[in-house]
Design a protein around this ligand. Sequence first.
Ligand SMILES: C[S@@+](CC[C@H](N)C(=O)[O-])C[C@H]1O[C@@H](n2cnc3c(N)ncnc32)[C@H](O)[C@@H]1O
Length: 253
Amino acid sequence: MRLLENHLKAVNTNWERHATTDPLWSILTHDENKNSMWNIHKFFETGKDEITEVISYAKKQSLPLNFGSALDFGCGVGRLTQALADYFKEVYGVDVSPAMVNKASEYNKHNDRVSFHLNLKSDLSLFENDTFDFIYSNITLQHMNKRLAKVYIIEMYRTLKPGGLLVFQEPTEIKSKFKILVSIVYGIILAWRRLVFLLIKAPYIEMHYISQNEMKELFKKLGVITLHVRNSDAAGQWFNGLQYFITKPHLSE
Ligand SMILES: C[S@@+](CC[C@H](N)C(=O)[O-])C[C@H]1O[C@@H](n2cnc3c(N)ncnc32)[C@H](O)[C@@H]1O
């Protein structure tokens, strides 16, 4: 538990540094938009495009969609949270960085229908069981170690209403023929970068993955119904990844 809390603290410190350095670029790391060069309008448009695509994809696949309440886990400045408000009555964004949450609240155009919440805990105890019709998380779980990511997946599932839809993305493996060797080298580089960036107090991007088999095991333990899985390139060129569409059975099922 202590290891988990220490990791969460490091994640919090790192994202707070991102949020106070170059927040939009830390969320969408397009080279040409580094050093605060993101056009804010274009930045939020990417969120609308993403959510429109996901909702229409879910409709095409006949996945369950109820447009009551939605949660955006790892909301950043609210790029996707606000886009969700085009579809859902109430939307909650949750983030570990106070500066991200503050910026998200400043950018909010939907008044009380959209709210942003700081969560410094390794759970989602700020929400009751069976609260949300729809939960979405993108490019967030990949930036914490898999122990912590699994805890949040369990928590998102707990707060999902029976029959609701949970959609999240997670890298599954490093793209390489020499996976074991590359993951050892990657682990060493990551530990070194972490140390250097902590010493110079600068933010850095940290990537993690959960293999498909481990995810299957987790889903089995939870009694999750996997409705659909598709490839996701959200983790960039070095990782393969998946987007999972899952639901929770009603008690009678
Ligand atoms: C790459 S940004 C993505 C933001 C948003 N999902 C988007 O796509 O616009 C990752 C976000 O996840 C947040 N985050 C990282 N670890 C978190 C945690 N344990 N709990 C909540 N948010 C977290 C970071 O603060 C950051 O705002």
